[in-house]
Design a protein around this ligand. Structure first.
Ligand code: F6R
Length: 622
């Protein structure tokens, strides 16, 4: 998946125009700073970078004058902050000390702390807080000395072999205005092949107005582009092949990765969003948070946890409650942020308040954070937006690396929030000693297997889409679940309300007989999220009998169940199978068909799923 926008160019046109045009085409992704580098034939490498929108960068270029940017090779970057706040000095491109090498990067270099320490020990002064800058210095050193001296592609390959994590790197050297080197691991990179000009980008949208001939690079591959073409190798320098293809999307589809809506693209990106959220948060011996301004003792002293959030983020907290209580034996309360401070919650310095927010700007959640801090509680933010207000006002932060979410309805951010909340639970369990290190490692490994499980669900969504089309004219849909399936039912109902404007309610299945069962009438679709027959045997049996009761009253039962769950089959008018995963992790797979269902119903009803009526992506009023 792509987080930052990257474009590189070698050709016959003024590179600055091509690069800025490419960055503009990728603006839809969202970003918090931008930068460009241009090489001219006289060995000058000129860089400009600026926090904020592209317009800020362009104003700066106008102020300094564009004369220094006369070359026909260059690159640009729009950044979505991961390491380091979104400020000028953390913006890309990054350069080495001699300012001969410039690098732009997308992804996360996991071993950057070790690399940074190595550089500092060698006397290199780093000027930013980023992981990227380490790559610039390492490449400059490889180019200056040893077997790779004077060979830019070989220098980049040597450094790539040392990097851990996910990255797309694009590298220029003032000595080589005739070429640009780019490399990728677990992060996208495509080459655009034009006549007398060649592009590299994180996204075809960056060059689609110039050429539709593209080459997708494979894992651990490096490409050298010149105005006459490109050459691909692996990181060892052996010749390799990319995958050529012709882009047949128009620009607006290209921005959406060929999907009709951003939300559909974001649903597809969920395996990557999960993998990126987990990446770098386990260091072999335990869970690591991103910004930790709390002493270990503070975590050990925690005697109560509140999760405060709104909407889908609130549902992610409801899911996490089951895991955090189980792992830490601490009481966990999950509260709507808008209600929290108005009821005088009991908070003190041993209370940990976990504030979950994709945007980090939600006013209700921010006010809850402020209230908690006034009461001396410790606040840990789980947030998808680096440098946003909520993480700034918190004592510790764990970032979800879901990437910018453009569809108003939360999908990939929601899954990433669940994963991040689980990491918070494991961090607490480890600090408090309620889990042994090997147990924490095992739980983390189970989480790491989830992107593959989600990918599997995504490969079988046609059945759910077909079902969505068939029930699109229903008046209402009910959702039922138990245990961690209960918040999933709430999330399924919320998605349907906001996208399809359909009346939808989620219930704890056990609550049905206390009232809601009166709603059941002939043909009413009822979606049931089944627990695993193995993990929660008693609950499974109870849910089967709940389903038989509603089926007997005429409901049309749509059952989300683990593969091979034969006991529920007779009661399912529609059976949607999901892979078997550990009990506490099931929401990461069972939510996905509900997202797809809501989107398909909305599309069938003719609604814009990216921009549901009356809703805004970031709600900055209480
Ligand atoms: C639902 C949705 C909203 C948000 C809520 C919180 O699809 O998107 O319910 O989850 O407004 O937003 P953040 O996470 O930005 O605080």
């Amino acid at each position: 998946m792509g987080v930052c926008g990257i474009v590189g160019y070698v050709g016959h046109r003024p590179a600055l125009d091509v690069v800025l045009g490419g960055l503009r085409r990728m603006e839809y992704r969202g970003y918090d700073s931008a930068g460009v580098a241009v090489l001219d034939g006289a060995g000058r490498l000129t860089v400009e970078r600026k926090a904020g929108q592209l317009a800020n960068l362009e104003a700066e270029l106008d102020a300094v004058g564009r004369d220094g940017f006369a070359g026909t090779a260059g690159m640009g970057h729009t950044r979505w902050a991961t390491h380091g706040a979104p400020v000028d000095r953390n913006s890309h491109p990054h350069r080495d000390a001699t300012e001969r090498v410039a690098v732009v990067h997308n992804g996360i270099i996991e071993n950057f702390a070790a690399l940074r320490a190595e550089l500092e020990a060698a006397g290199v002064e780093l000027s930013s807080d980023t992981d990227t800058e380490t790559a610039a210095h390492l490449i400059a050193r490889a180019y200056a000395e040893g077997d790779t001296a004077g060979d830019l592609p070989a220098s980049v390959r040597a450094v790539c072999r040392r990097l851990e994590g996910a990255f797309t790197l694009v590298v220029t050297h003032a000595d080589r205005p005739d070429l640009i080197v780019a490399a990728r691991r677990s992060s996208p990179l495509v080459v655009g092949v034009g006549a007398g000009e060649t592009f590299v980008a994180s996204d075809v949208a960056a060059f689609i107005e110039h050429t539709r001939e593209a080459v997708e690079l494979g894992q651990d591959q490096l490409v050298v582009i010149t105005r006459d073409g490109y050459t691909v190798t692996d990181f060892a320098g052996e010749p390799a092949q990319g995958r050529p293809f012709t882009v047949d999307w128009d620009l607006s589809a290209a921005e959406k990765g060929g999907h009709e809506y951003f939300m559909l693209k974001e649903i597809e990106e969920q395996p990557d969003a999960l993998a990126n959220t987990l990446r770098g948060h386990f260091d072999g011996s335990g869970i690591v948070l991103d910004e930790q301004r709390l002493a270990d003792q503070d975590l050990r002293d925690v005697d109560k946890v509140f999760v405060v959030a709104c909407g889908s983020a609130y549902h992610s907290g409801l899911v996490a409650k089951y895991a955090i209580e189980h792992w830490t034996r601490l009481p966990v309360e999950v509260e709507l942020a808008s209600e929290f401070r108005y009821r005088d919650p009991v908070l003190d310095r041993d209370t940990l308040v976990v504030a979950v927010s994709q945007s980090g700007e939600t006013a209700d959640t921010l006010e809850a954070v402020r209230h908690a801090r006034e009461q001396k509680a410790r606040v840990l933010a789980v947030c998808n937006t680096n440098g946003a207000q909520i993480p700034r006002e918190s004592d510790a932060v764990l970032y979800t690396h879901a990437g910018p979410e453009i569809g108003v309805a939360s999908t990939k951010a929601f899954l990433a929030q669940i994963a991040a909340n689980y990491l918070v639970g494991l961090a607490l369990a480890q600090a408090r000693g309620t889990k042994y290190p090997d147990e924490v490692a095992r739980e983390f490994a189970e989480l790491e297997a989830m992107p593959a499980a989600v990918r599997k669900v995504l490969s079988t969504t046609e059945q759910v889409r077909d079902l969505g089309r068939r029930i699109a004219d229903s008046k209402a849909v009910l959702f039922l679940g138990r245990h961690v399936g209960f918040p999933v039912a709430l999330e399924g109902a919320l998605k349907l309300k906001e996208l399809a404007y359909m009346h939808a309610e989620g219930f704890a299945a056990g609550e049905l007989k206390h009232g809601p069962i009166a709603l059941i009438e002939d043909g009413l679709p009822v979606v049931v999220v089944m627990p695993s027959p193995k993990g929660r045997g008693v609950l499974h049996a109870k849910l089967v009998s709940n389903i038989s009761e509603i089926q007997a009253r005429g409901a049309r039962t749509i059952v989300i169940a683990e593969e091979g769950d034969d006991r529920v089959r007779p009661f399912a008018d529609e059976l949607v199978e999901i892979p078997a995963v550990p009990t506490l992790l099931q929401p990461l797979v069972s939510t996905v068909p509900l997202q797809v269902l809501a989107a398909e119903i909305a599309r069938t009803r003719g609604y814009d799923v990216d921009k549901p009526r009356n809703l805004a992506k970031s709600v900055t009023v209480e």
